[in-house]
Design a protein around this ligand. Structure first.
Ligand code: GAR
Length: 217
């Protein structure tokens, strides 16, 4: 089985990066993390990578004239390390065509909501404020919108009467840690295709997988 090279973009603590690394160690994910790039110096994810001997880079978005210039710098680093896929694992910046065109249909994001509900920041808080009874996470291909790209897989969790943002966040995170490596393995196995459709959004097909959701079966 070929091993895919992942360039992972992060802004925070990096528990999703950790889940990827743990899945690789467990033999459940045929991938290697080629480089971890953060827009935030001191992000916990960087330490997780460094302790594993994975190269890291910090590219502070505030040092660039516009989003496209920032993205061009990201592309240069991702390519320099041979990244084949780009994984947004808690990366809190919106990407432009500059990066998306460099990795067509190869940029994947994990978002802590059942899209298309609650895109953008503070998704868990949005869910609690709305009063939904089921929350969850989505792994999707990234397009030029905010969390609007074709959905690959989703996982559901219940919202409990006692939940606050922190408890809901951690319940959703557990599912993210299961779902993201699983999707990456489907990509590694070459199972995932995106089908264009007349009058409808593109549909992601996963060969040999009957149900691309967790928590509903
Ligand atoms: C995760 O919950 C991820 O879904 C979210 O940030 C968190 C990062 O956690 N991403 C977004 O909200 C993107 N819109 P981590 O740094 O521990 O992986």
């Amino acid at each position: 089985m070929a091993v895919i090279a992942l360039g992972v973009l992060v802004s925070g603590s990096g528990t999703n990066l950790q889940a990827i690394l743990d899945a690789i160690d467990a033999g459940k994910l045929d991938a290697k993390v080629a480089v971890v790039v953060s827009n935030v110096a001191g992000a916990g994810a960087l330490e997780r990578a460094t302790s594993r001997g994975i190269p890291t880079r910090v590219i502070d978005h505030r040092g660039f004239a516009d989003r496209a210039a920032f993205d061009a710098a990201l592309v240069a680093e991702l390519r320099a390390y041979g990244s084949q896929y780009v994984v947004l694992a808690g990366f809190m910046r919106i990407l432009t065509k500059t990066l998306l065109d460099a990795f067509p249909a190869r940029v994947v994001n994990v978002h802590p909501a059942l899209l298309p509900a609650f895109p953008g920041v503070d998704a868990q808080e949005q869910a609690l404020r709305y009063g939904v009874r089921i929350a969850g996470c989505s792994v999707h291909f990234v397009d030029a919108g905010t969390d609007t790209g074709p959905i690959i897989a989703q996982a559901a969790v219940p919202v409990l009467e006692t939940d606050d943002t922190a408890s809901l966040r951690s319940r959703i995170l557990e599912k993210e840690h299961e779902l993201l490596p699983r999707v990456l393995q489907w990509l590694a196995e070459g199972r995932v295709t995106v089908e264009a459709r007349e009058g409808a959004r593109p549909l992601v097909r996963i060969a040999g997988v009957a149900c691309a959701s967790l928590g509903t079966t």
